[in-house]
Design a binder for this molecule. Sequence first.
Ligand code: HEC
Length: 143
Amino acid sequence: MSACRRSVSRGVGLVYVLALVASANAQQTSKTTAQGVFTEAQATRGQKAYADSCARCHAEDLLGASGPALVGDFFTNRFVGSNVQEMVKTIRRSMPQEAPDSLGTPMYVDIATFILKSNGSPTGSAELPNDAEALLQIEVASR
Ligand code: HEC
């Protein structure tokens, strides 16, 4: 009887620990890109950097060339529902294809704002910050 009770309480403890782990892993986003999380000027800087470093493979209009289109279904399937930090990290660690991680965080963040804007995200009054913790809080919305 007492052995039985002990195993029940161990089971309850395990459920509690699993619940804690689950809540720590859940995305704690507090904003979305539908709320105007970057400025027009920042997206324009991003567009310039994109033209210099990305357009030759993904096209000026982001519809794709040797690399995939960065607007439309690709964007939706790859990034919507994720967070902006995940998006910036994905681009930084693999692009430009011949020189990954070569542009510096501010430029990758600017380029991300241009890609967001090209997918219909609205501009706002404050720039998207370069801080990874802050970017983790922002969910990528479909527009
Ligand atoms: C030399 C050509 C080339 C350049 C320059 C280039 N890309 Fe790419 N990119 C590709 C190719 C090819 C793929 C598909 C294969 C892959 O994911 O590596 C790709 C894939 C991607 C993906 C999808 C990655 C994923 O994990 O799904 C993104 C986003 C992207 N590029 C953004 C950019 C951005 C932003 C720049 C500029 C900073 C850039 N690319 C520069 C060729 C290029």
